[in-house]
Design a protein around this ligand. Sequence first.
Ligand SMILES: [Zn+2]
Length: 53
Amino acid sequence: MVKFEEARVRKHKDIFVCRKCKSKIKVSSFKVSQGEARCRKCRRSVLRPKRKK
Ligand SMILES: [Zn+2]
């Protein structure tokens, strides 16, 4: 189960979507968790992972 989750994370690795303007951002999930990742367009740090569900 854990390995499956890891594989899924790796597949969509480092791609996040801005909740504000919906642009895709390639940034490490570590930075996102630290709150350092920002949208290039609108400067918001409100991001969600690319994957759904
Ligand atoms: Zn944005």
